[in-house]
Design a binder for this molecule. Structure first.
Ligand SMILES: Nc1nc2c(c(=O)[nH]1)N[C@H]1C(S)=C(S)[C@@H](COP(=O)(O)O)O[C@H]1N2
Ligand SMILES: [Mo]
Length: 523
């Protein structure tokens, strides 16, 4: 078998194995899929600066790009396995063992995994090796004819076929190999497709009837997007809401067996079922969520109406002790987030949310329950798929991002974002509407938003509806654009009268700062 076909056999056998493993994982536990397991491990091991770079380069596409890179690496190794198997089958199979060892180890060592987490990797191994064996056996024996290890086969071929075919072209034919390759490729596609279907079937939303809030909020006023469609909607629809987390898949949490436990430094450990939560007094709050990884002018921020239980009501049931200074919350997979206890309980509207914008929480955003705390970046406050809150101290316990040197105390920095016009846009002369969103939580809310053209004086913009200090504010400014290249900047001045700082900071370790300024061409 020539090199190309050998490499291709390795790749096809691997794809069949990966697809089978993915299907097995979809049936058992999607998080144990070999590809996802490796990808998640890469995320966890990636040094923070590299992660920040990837987020700034790829934005929300960072996940597909990561999965793609893992697959490219796997495909390269798979080709090597195919080439080695041509020499000696055990070598090729050995590469497969190494390939699945990584996801197998990763899967079983995830904090909440059982031994069964290794099953999808084993399935991938068995299917991959079997497919490779079949492909190697279906290959014309040109390579093996010259290989001293297989003299007997050459002789038996000679006997059975009387040497009718050319040396090495006997026995399994090239056509046989191509057919086998086609079958393996087809099997990979079918298994992979089945895996995707099972995963999406299992992750379909289960409809829950959420009770209304005890005192429902009035509907939001019309946002500026009604007048200027390029400005971000006052309330971001769930399907458009930014998503940031360390997961490649979305956890499938069974709401009937889900519980939330509050333990640690408490008078009495308490565990709530989902029904227990729904039986409490629910409140509604409009809160803007922001990611610490958001760069100035970035997309990782969004406003939504959350339905949930005040965090204090839950903590009061347990009775918080005097030693604790952090809430260490844990998600369904053991991922942890630490929140400064004093800030979470200082009277702000911290919630355990079960609803988002009038719907149950979408799976991507933490179904069945997540934390939402105004004024703190999501990485220290907004635990999705939360199952445990442990009252403890920063000395005793570290959380996921604390271990990666991010700040432990990270209030959201006031910032303004220009949604329209886009950077480098070409515009017609005349009136141009400059517009966007701004936020200044815990700083008295948004006082004013100002726009600066070509480094001139700051001019006040007009503001959209006021939904409260924990919510962002839309704004716009009518600019009389003259031909030429221009710089547009915007900044927020908070309710306390302090203007957004011009000092630039990167997201790491406690959030970005600086002023967004973009260039447009009028002509
Ligand atoms: N379980 C879990 N919760 C998490 C995260 C995570 O990785 N895992 N990421 C946090 C971060 S960094 C942010 S900014 C918010 C984002 O919430 P969203 O995806 O609903 O917008 O969720 C937070 N909650
Ligand atoms: Mo974040």
């Amino acid at each position: 078998m020539n090199r190309l076909l050998a490499a291709l056999s390795g790749i096809l056998a691997t794809l069949a194995g990966v697809a089978a493993g993915h299907l097995a994982a979809a049936l058992l536990d999607p998080a144990t899929s070999p590809v996802l397991a490796v990808g998640s491990q890469v995320i966890d091991l990636t040094p923070t600066p590299v992660k920040e770079w990837a987020i700034s380069q790829f934005g929300t596409r960072d996940k597909p790009i990561l999965i793609g890179s893992v697959l490219v690496g796997v495909v390269l190794l798979a080709a090597v396995a195919g080439l080695l198997a041509r020499r000696r089958f055990a070598y090729g199979a050995g590469v497969f063992v190494l390939l699945v060892a990584v996801p197998a180890v990763v899967a079983v060592t995830r904090p909440t995994a059982g031994v069964s987490a290794v099953v999808p990797s084993l399935v991938a191994l068995v299917v991959g090796v079997a497919a490779l064996a079949w492909l190697v056996r279906s290959a014309p024996s040109s390579a093996s004819a010259s290989s001293p290890q297989r003299p007997r086969q050459v002789r038996s071929d000679d006997e059975s076929l009387g040497g009718a075919s050319a040396a090495g072209g006997s026995g399994p034919s090239r056509r046989g190999l191509l057919v086998a390759m086609g079958v393996v490729a087809g099997a990979a596609a079918v298994l992979g497709g089945a895996g995707r279907w099972v995963a999406s079937y299992r992750s379909r939303a289960v409809d829950i009837d959420l009770p209304a809030a005890a005192k429902p909020l009035p509907p939001l006023p019309d946002g500026l997007e009604k007048r200027f469609p390029d400005i971000t909607p006052l309330q971001v629809p769930n399907r458009d809401f930014y998503r940031v987390d360390t997961r490649l898949d979305v956890p499938i949490v069974d709401v009937d067996s889900w519980t939330l436990t509050i333990d640690g430094d408490v008078d009495e450990e308490v565990t709530f079922t989902f029904d227990d939560i729904l039986a409490m007094d629910l409140v509604e709050k409009d809160i803007t969520l922001t990611c610490v990884s958001n760069s100035v002018g970035g997309e990782f921020v969004g406003g939504a109406r959350w339905l949930g239980v005040p965090l204090n009501d839950l903590l009061d049931r347990a009775g918080v002790g005097t030693r604790a200074d952090q809430i260490l919350s844990t998600d369904v997979d053991g991922m942890t987030i630490s929140t400064p206890l004093a800030l979470a309980t200082d009277g702000r509207d911290a919630l355990l949310a079960v609803g988002m914008n009038g719907e149950q929480l979408p799976r991507e955003h933490g179904f069945p329950a997540r934390m939402v705390i105004p004024g703190l970046y999501g990485f220290i406050s907004a635990t999705k798929w939360v199952t445990r809150m442990t009252l403890t101290t920063y000395d005793e316990e570290q959380a996921y991002w604390t271990e990666r040197d991010w700040a432990t105390d990270a209030p959201i920095k006031p910032s303004s974002r220009i949604d329209t016009p886009r950077a480098l846009a070409g515009l017609d002369p005349g009136e141009v509407v400059v517009g966007g969103v701004a936020w200044a939580q815990q700083n008295g809310g948004v006082g004013t938003v100002q726009v600066r053209i070509d480094g001139g004086a700051w001019q006040d913009a007009e503001l959209g509806p006021d939904v409260g200090n924990d919510y962002w504010r839309q704004w716009f400014y009518r600019w009389d654009a003259k031909p030429g290249q221009h710089r547009i900047a915007s900044r927020v001045v908070d309710g306390d009268g302090d203007a957004q700082t011009a000092v630039r900071a990167n997201p790491f370790p406690e959030g970005s700062s600086g002023i967004q300024e973009l260039i447009v061409t009028v002509g």
